[in-house]
Design a protein around this ligand. Structure first.
Ligand code: UD1
Length: 372
């Protein structure tokens, strides 16, 4: 008998799912984990399982890469029989990747209850695949766990009943707080031959890296910053391939740029904690820098995580070369905003989620017994 069927598929899912699995196990819930295989490279998947202490998946769908339609369809087709096989009380999906939406759609059509971890985030930009994924998933979910108070307002404004929503905090931050000490002593900076002060850059959004003009402007800004402060640049496979196909590899030869393949969780978190400045187009990194008190310059036009700007260390500057440079210089040389840790980002979100899910399941079982 399976109480929770937890779905994870891509890099940012793993650190969000781990605390839920752990806390649910402690609460006596029987959990199974499905890995869709959306991410399959060792550095985007295996290393996270090892470093986060995630159990071996109970099912691996092995779907791999493809267009959005191909990937989503393959996940749906492969997930359906697994869902029937495990027949859980609740399907738990996290974040906003294609795996999140694909499995929610299957679960909803098979009449399973769905819990969405990290519900209600909105950037109002429908060109982002994640905005489509998170909106649709929220509307299919029966239990919506939010990371910040503004997320509830977004959901209620879209007509989602208030009683389905629970503000629990941030499971990605549970994982960060648990791993920070190990990450700091993991030695990534030494292995890369870099010492403080340094900046850290991550780029992977298709909106940025698939557009030659935008990517060139961002790399020009990075090169300029690297002449003032050494800049570490772990390359997502998509970014590495675009730099190669646009013939922009010369930027990686800049003496101040330390390019390297995608890093494992502890290496990346260690570098993040020691950075003087982070430049990123990632959603999760905006939250992690907020908690670590590291200045973050977000290379996008909007953010679905406004709490990181209002309370944290984040500034959203867009993708134009001059705006990026101005943002980076202000963060490096200007007055440092201390930032505040958002409410309930206290390392206990997984526990709150497990408690609520246990209530849901035991209540349903109680009703079933009473009706028997
Ligand atoms: C996905 C998520 C994004 C998340 C990101 C983190 C969607 C729509 N996007 O984007 O929200 O922030 O993961 O990394 O779900 N590739 C590999 N090895 C892998 C996986 C992918 O080389 O293990 C390459 C393939 O060329 C693939 C490309 O990366 O086509 C993109 O992978 P995909 O999973 O489609 O999206 P991401 O850009 O990684």
């Amino acid at each position: 008998m399976t109480d929770l069927l937890v779905v994870a598929g891509a890099r940012p899912n793993f650190m969000k799912a781990a605390p839920v699995l752990e806390a649910a196990g402690r609460a006596g819930l029987a959990c199974a984990l499905v890995h869709t295989g959306q991410h399959y490279d060792a550095e985007l998947s295996d290393v996270f399982f090892a470093e986060l202490g995630l159990p071996e998946p109970d099912a691996h769908l092995g779907v791999g890469s493809g267009t959005h339609a191909e990937q989503t369809a393959r996940i749906m087709t492969a997930f359906e029989p697994e869902l029937r096989r495990f027949d859980p009380e609740i399907v738990v999906v996290v974040g906003d990747v294609n795996s999140t939406l694909a499995c929610s759609l299957v679960a909803a059509k098979e009449h399973y209850a769905i819990a969405h971890v990290e519900a209600g985030l909105r950037c109002h930009d429908f060109f982002m695949a994640e905005e489509i994924n998170r909106r649709l998933c929220d509307h299919l979910s029966t239990c919506l766990f939010t990371t910040s108070r503004d997320a509830r307002d977004n959901l209620v404004a879209e007509g989602i009943p208030d009683e389905r929503i629970e503000f629990v905090g941030n499971t990605m931050i549970d994982t960060l707080l648990r791993s920070a000490e190990a990450a700091r002593s993991h030695g990534a900076a030494e292995r890369l031959g870099i010492s403080a002060p340094y900046a850290l850059l991550t780029l992977h959004r298709p909106e940025n890296v698939d557009d030659e003009r935008i990517l060139t402007g961002l790399l020009e800004a990075a090169a300029e910053i690297s002449r003032e402060t050494p800049l570490v640049f772990p390359l997502h496979p998509r970014t590495a391939s675009r730099i190669d196909s646009f013939g922009l590899g010369g930027f990686l030869d800049e003496p101040g740029i330390h390019a390297c393949p995608s890093l494992g969780y502890l290496d990346f978190l260690g570098l993040l904690a020691g950075a003087a400045l982070v430049l990123t187009d990632s959603g999760g990194v905006q939250e992690e820098t907020t908690v670590l008190g590291v200045p973050c310059v977000t290379l996008r036009e909007s953010t679905e995580r406004p709490v990181t700007v209002e309370q944290g260390t984040n500034v959203v500057v867009g993708t134009r070369r001059d705006a990026v440079l101005a943002g980076a210089r202000a963060a490096l040389h200007g007055e440092r905003r201390p930032g505040q840790i958002p409410e309930l980002w206290d390392g206990r979100a997984g526990e709150r989620i497990a408690a609520r899910l246990a209530d849901e399941i035991f209540e349903t079982e109680g009703t079933a017994t009473a009706n028997a």
